[in-house]
Design a protein around this ligand. Structure first.
Ligand SMILES: N[C@@H](CCC(=O)N[C@@H](CS)C(=O)NCC(=O)O)C(=O)O
Length: 271
């Protein structure tokens, strides 16, 4: 299909181009890589019917030719270096998921699902679940410190913290599983209430780091092979394998294939 051809090689603008634009939603990505927070924001925007312009997120480290920090310009623009940053019209850039989500909810299509529930009880549940997955010391944070390396170090890798990480990840998985079980008993397929919320989309995306996903959901690229292997190896860790359930997998597949764009559109070099 023509569509497929276009969508597997999306256009990426440069960071400077994205920052200079005064219209549209621009989000930074690493072409070919499903960096989790960027992937999740892309899925949130897809669910909200927000067309996005992809921009290249500069990698950590020093440019070999110029000797300069590759993220210096990003820092100048956003006072941080995390991925993704999100620009909308001429507004200030958003770098944290709570702000990105609030913006997406505001600018999304009026016919799209409400991802931040109007009901405050449900809203508290949604933010609570997202926080244990996305915030400091949450599931993704602990996944990053499973191994030593530049990214792990940035998030406080130490032998002690790393030893505790699998248990913390397992605790979050158990919490999500219990929540899905309870929801199923009242006839809902969603984590909160009776309809999709941001908690479903964030969890379904982030949990790709714990469960291998087929290429119909997450295509293989030259750039993401290592990451896919790392994610698959997380699923083999005994603490994690012991708590992953069919219910969690079914929910992930349902949310990703119903509300998100699958196969994921990554750019880079598909294999
Ligand atoms: N700032 C984001 C988190 C994004 C994040 O942690 N991104 C990681 C990649 S998964 C990253 O870019 N880390 C490198 C850095 O912070 O410079 C948020 O709290 O919503």
């Amino acid at each position: 299909m023509d569509n497929e051809k276009v969508s597997t090689s999306p256009k990426f603008v440069s960071l400077d181009e994205a920052a200079a634009m005064t219209e549209g939603t621009r989000i930074t990505f690493i072409p070919g890589v499903q960096a989790l927070y960027a992937e999740a924001l892309k899925n949130i925007c897809f669910a909200k019917g927000i067309p996005i312009i992809r921009a290249v997120h500069p990698l950590m480290g020093v440019d070999k030719e110029t000797g300069k920090d590759r993220q210096a310009r990003l820092y100048e623009l956003t006072s941080q270096t995390g991925l993704p940053t999100m620009f909308f019209n001429a507004e200030r850039p958003r770098n944290v998921w709570t702000e990105q989500l609030a913006l997406a909810e505001r600018i999304g299509s009026s016919s799209s699902p409400t991802l931040i529930p109007d009901n405050f009880q449900h809203r508290a549940e949604m933010y609570g679940l997202c926080a244990v997955v996305l915030s400091e010391d949450g599931m993704v944070w602990n996944m990053r410190i499973l191994n030593d390396g530049p990214l792990g170090r940035k998030y406080g890798y130490s032998e002690e913290a790393s030893t505790l990480a699998p248990g913390k990840i397992a605790e979050v998985i158990r919490l999500i599983d219990a929540c899905l079980e309870q929801q199923a008993s009242r006839g809902s397929r969603y984590l909160v209430g009776d309809s999709v919320t941001a908690a479903d989309i964030y969890w379904a995306t982030m949990s790709m780091s714990l469960m291998p996903t087929p290429p119909e959901i997450m295509p293989v690229t030259k750039q993401n092979q290592g990451m896919l292997k790392h994610f698959a190896s997380n699923a083999q860790r005994p603490e994690i394998a012991a708590v992953l359930s069919q219910r969690i997998e079914d929910h992930q597949r349902y949310i990703l294939t119903t509300y998100c764009e699958t196969p994921a559109v990554l750019g880079g070099d598909p294999l």
